[in-house]
Ligand binder design. Structure first.
Ligand code: ZN
Length: 180
């Protein structure tokens, strides 16, 4: 079963408790997980619960599931994790080297799918997330926000990321085109 690290789940659960109406949207099992689980940052948790809670937050905050909040969760994740517990993964002043660490960084947070990074040109990379089992856009959209922000933080202020393919739309992998 696909898993996610507690350090990610902690933030999702805090937000779920803070936004009124989120808990009401969850099944009783998920609600119990949110209410009673003492999340340990270094432990693994089922990814499906985290995805359902995240989508419920988006539905309440944005009014619909358009992916916008998922993207901003990824941005936030880069800021919080790469400045905090996972600062060891930080590369200062070298966006390419920072992004080349993504396959390793991902494994610290998610036990689902794997990344490849290909250089397409100067300040231009293609990334692909393959073999993920997740059936929601939570992982692939928040990964987009994460990649763009990680690139920015590493010294690419004009980082721009476009999703060029998605597993959820029939592609073999979720693909991203990153320039800075
Ligand atoms: Zn995707």
């Amino acid at each position: 079963m696909a898993k996610v690290k507690g350090s990610i789940v902690v933030g999702v659960i805090k937000r779920a408790k803070r936004e009124s109406g989120v808990l009401d949207r969850l099944s009783s099992e998920d609600r119990e997980f949110v209410a009673t689980t003492r999340i340990q940052p270094s432990q693994w948790y089922p990814i499906e619960v985290m995805e359902r809670v995240t989508l419920a937050i988006e539905k309440v905050v944005v009014g619909r599931n358009d992916g916008s909040l998922l993207w901003s969760f990824g941005t936030e994740m880069a800021k919080v994790q790469l400045n905090g517990l996972y600062a060891i993964f930080r590369v200062e002043g070298d966006p390419q080297r920072q992004i080349e660490r993504v396959p390793t960084i991902w494994k610290a947070f998610f036990d689902d799918g794997s990344w490849t990074v290909s250089r397409l040109g100067d300040r231009h990379l293609e990334l692909a997330l393959s073999d993920a089992t997740s059936t929601t856009p939570v992982l692939c959209l928040s990964a987009g926000g994460f990649l763009e922000e990680a690139c920015r933080m590493a010294g690419g202020p004009s980082a721009a990321l476009e999703k060029s393919a998605c597993r959820l739309h029939g592609a073999d992998a979720c693909r991203y085109d990153l320039t800075w």
